[in-house]
Design a protein around this ligand. Structure first.
Ligand SMILES: Cc1cc2nc3c(=O)[nH]c(=O)nc-3n(C[C@H](O)[C@H](O)[C@H](O)COP(=O)(O)OP(=O)(O)OC[C@H]3O[C@@H](n4cnc5c(N)ncnc54)[C@H](O)[C@@H]3O)c2cc1C
Length: 394
């Protein structure tokens, strides 16, 4: 079924919003995206796009553009913090060709171009403060007091979603006792296409190349008592970051020396939303299931959601039936991923030395005896192909 000129408003021009807008416009819908920022510009740092996310970008015809602006990942290397000694190398093997390290700004730009080419209107400087319901028909209220209503409303408005709050009420997230530092530095010389995770007591640090090895993305997580605000763009102090990771060896000191600007954000645990829709309004991406970064799946889940949501709307004439189908398909999987990401934080941070040595020895032996086994545990995650399960209507 084509969406024949149905009027759809999407709130948020992030990865979820732009992907769902593109998929819907290609099915004939008349789509407007409202975004509070004044431009779609260089914001954010590295994202990992795994085969489950790549499947959606391939179906949207965007993998060549992605490959041209990023690099394939070959392996993930776990290291002990003190001297950077290798604990385990996970070769991505057959999955490497569909596993990319990409700058968030590049992916957003690729999606924004695709959306505009499909006829989507992107309206900047539109901050929405509220979602109201007139019966089942939703309307967005902007900061200027304007009211935007349409046949279907999709909330892709991220972590602090006003649409999720309207569907579920406000739920206060819990501080995890962890903060994350994020920086991008220029690369010096050849950088292998690998993600390195340096695991220490109460801290870990991840780095990987971006833009085919021009840049290096660094994300470093520290456990602390003091609360730090949740948000992607809070500035941090590079010297404080160096002090926190001063006992990390291997290549970490050399990388941290080059950090001149850094962001710091508090990591909060949010429950996956109970209700993903009401009437003809629904949510997706971080608005539905904000996640901790430890499985690198935020953007991938957003892409999967976008595909399934668009497919549901093309199969079910009634939005409410489409959204019920969409929630039933997506909620269990995203909940499993979000829970796994929460558990992963603890695994990297074992602080009691005998426990850490035991865990690392087990990982080493496991890696020698069955190098593929560690990765096969994630087949359910990476082999999921939303586009095969729900082929696009022609
Ligand atoms: C500025 C920024 C930087 C990020 N940097 C990283 C990073 O470095 N690494 C990483 O792994 N992930 C990063 N993320 C998160 C990652 O992009 C998301 O987890 C994932 O892509 C899911 O995307 P989403 O589209 O659901 O949400 P988001 O990517 O958060 O997009 C939500 C969009 O909605 C807009 N919006 C929100 N509220 C309103 C409102 N009331 N009115 C109008 N517009 C609104 C936002 O401006 C944003 O463009 C970043 C997100 C943002 C917004």
């Amino acid at each position: 079924m084509s969406l024949g000129n149905r009027k759809i408003t999407v709130l948020g021009a992030g990865i979820a919003g732009l992907a769902v807008a593109t998929a819907l416009a290609r099915q004939g819908a008349d789509v407007v995206v409202l975004e509070r920022a004044d431009a779609i510009r260089e914001v954010g740092a590295g994202l990992q796009i795994s085969p489950n996310g790549v499947a959606v970008l391939r179906a949207l015809g965007l993998v060549e553009a992605l490959a041209a602006r990023s690099g394939c990942a070959r392996a993930v290397v776990l290291r002990d913090f003190r001297h950077g000694n290798r604990v385990l190398k996970l070769d991505l093997g057959r999955q490497a060709k569909d596993y990319f390290f990409v700058h968030r700004a590049d992916l957003v730009d690729i999606l924004a171009r695709a959306a505009r080419a499909a006829g989507v209107q992107i309206r900047l400087l539109h901050e929405v403060t509220r979602l109201d319901f007139d019966g089942t028909r939703p309307a967005l209220i902007t900061a200027q007091g304007a009211r935007a209503s349409s046949d279907i409303m999709i909330g892709a408005d991220g972590l602090h979603s006003v649409v999720r709050a309207a569907l579920n009420g406000a739920v206060a997230p819990g501080f995890t006792g962890q903060v994350a530092w994020r920086a991008v530095i220029p690369a010096r010389g050849h950088v292998p296409a690998e993600a390195h995770i340096h695991m220490g007591p109460h801290r870990h640090l991840v780095h990987y190349p971006l833009r085919g090895g021009e840049l290096i993305n660094i994300v470093a997580v520290e456990e602390r008592e003091a609360w730090v605000e949740e948000g992607w763009n809070r500035p941090g102090d590079p010297d404080r970051m160096r002090a926190v990771f001063a006992d990390f060896g291997g290549e970490v000191p050399r990388l941290l020396e080059q950090v001149h600007s850094v962001n710091l954000w508090g990591l909060f645990r949010h429950p996956v939303a109970e209700r993903w829709y009401r009437g003809s309004a629904a949510i997706l991406g971080d608005a539905a299931h904000p996640t901790l970064p430890f499985m690198a799946q935020g953007a991938n889940m957003a892409l999967e959601d976008a595909w399934v949501l668009a497919a549901a709307l093309t199969r079910h004439p009634e939005p409410e039936a489409a959204f019920a189908f969409y929630q039933a398909e997506r909620r269990p999987r995203t909940q499993r991923i979000v829970e796994m990401a929460s558990r992963n934080a603890r695994n990297y941070h074992l602080s009691f030395p005998p426990l850490r040595v035991a865990a690392q020895t087990a990982l080493r032996i496991g890696g020698m005896m069955a190098p593929g086994a560690a990765l096969r545990r994630f087949d359910w995650l990476y082999d999921y192909d939303a586009t095969l399960r729900y082929p696009a209507a022609s």
